[in-house]
Design a protein around this ligand. Structure first.
Ligand SMILES: NC(=O)C1=CN([C@@H]2O[C@H](COP(=O)(O)OP(=O)(O)OC[C@H]3O[C@@H](n4cnc5c(N)ncnc54)[C@H](OP(=O)(O)O)[C@@H]3O)[C@@H](O)[C@H]2O)C=CC1
Ligand SMILES: O=C(O)[C@@H]1CCC=N1
Length: 268
């Protein structure tokens, strides 16, 4: 990819995208400009990745062809309003903020502006991200292909209709947090069973990754894959019974329902 890419804000999620992009080798560090208010943090990113450190958000807006807005949702509108007049006519603005709609973004940037609303997740950092993309009406097919290409450098990406962003946050954007909790809990149990902790994380994480790969690669229903593990009268079905008794599935569904509700509330 030849385009210049800018980041306004580059914290947990911005770094995951930046790191994923550079690791893919499809974008060179010299094509990337980053601004955050802490000069030492930009300098650290420059030292780590060789990206260009910008002096201001306006500088990023002037230089980049594709500008990522990667600040917290509560300041996104203010930060983008402040750079709106520095953008070129053709610049594509990509927001990664939860709860900020295309309409709100257009009001901040101008209604003639090409804007893409996305919902990535932190596994982007390790080449296993999942990102949804929702373009506004002014975004061309070529722009959509560019944005898909960027996110597909470090994971999977799909175009979705804007209202689907809430389930996307629930099942993907926020989901790594609950999967990490699940891995921690499994590892705690292994420690209870006498396993050293470092080894417990390795076994638990590899089991989660392998199971996810089976869902993606076999195309089999997760229930069928579960049944393949449960030997009659064996160990697994004992664990399954306890998880059902403790309301494991209902807990997960309730948690994601709360996540989706918050995403909807933030969009109002
Ligand atoms: N974390 C996640 O898993 C996901 C996050 N998101 C979205 O990503 C966005 C960022 O979240 P996250 O990365 O977790 O947040 P962080 O707090 O980790 O990062 C925020 C970044 O914004 C910078 N910043 C703060 N104020 C300004 C400003 N006025 N102008 C420019 N930059 C500024 C910060 O710089 P400094 O450190 O110098 O203050 C920092 O680099 C949010 O909108 C969130 O909804 C989406 C999907 C997943
Ligand atoms: O917790 C949040 O609001 C952000 C959005 C998705 C993941 N983190």
């Amino acid at each position: 990819m030849e385009k210049k890419i800018g980041f306004i804000g580059c914290g947990n999620m911005g770094k995951a995208i930046l790191g994923g992009l550079i690791a893919s080798g499809q974008v060179q560090p010299g094509q990337i400009w980053v601004y955050t208010p802490s000069p030492d943090k930009v300098a650290a990113l420059h030292d780590q990745y060789g990206i260009n450190a910008a002096q201001s958000a306006q500088e990023v807006a002037q230089i980049a062809d594709i500008v990522f807005g990667a600040v917290k949702p509560n300041i996104m509108i203010k930060v983008l309003s402040d750079v709106a007049s520095s953008l070129n006519k053709e610049t594509l603005v990509v927001s990664i903020a939860a709860g900020i709609t295309l309409d709100q973004l257009a009001r901040a940037l101008g209604h003639d502006r090409k804007i893409v609303r996305t919902m990535p997740n932190t596994p982007s950092l390790v080449n296993a991200g999942m990102t949804s993309i929702t373009p506004n009406a002014l975004v061309t097919q070529e722009d959509i292909a560019d944005v898909l290409n960027i996110f597909r450098c470090f994971g999977a990406a799909e175009v979705i209709a804007e209202p689907m962003i809430h389930p996307v946050v629930g099942v993907s954007g926020s989901a790594p947090a609950y999967v990490f909790m699940f891995i921690e809990a499994m590892a705690d149990a292994a420690v209870l069973g006498g396993m050293p902790r470092a080894q417990a994380y390795k076994f638990a994480a590899q089991a989660v990754m392998g199971s996810a790969k089976m869902v993606l690669e076999t195309g089999k229903h997760p229930g069928e894959l579960k049944d393949m593990v449960c030997s009659p009268g064996g160990t697994t079905i004992e664990a399954v019974k306890v998880l059902e008794e403790k309301g494991f599935r209902a807990a997960v569904i309730d948690a994601i329902e709360a996540c989706m509700a918050k995403s909807e509330q933030m969009s109002k």
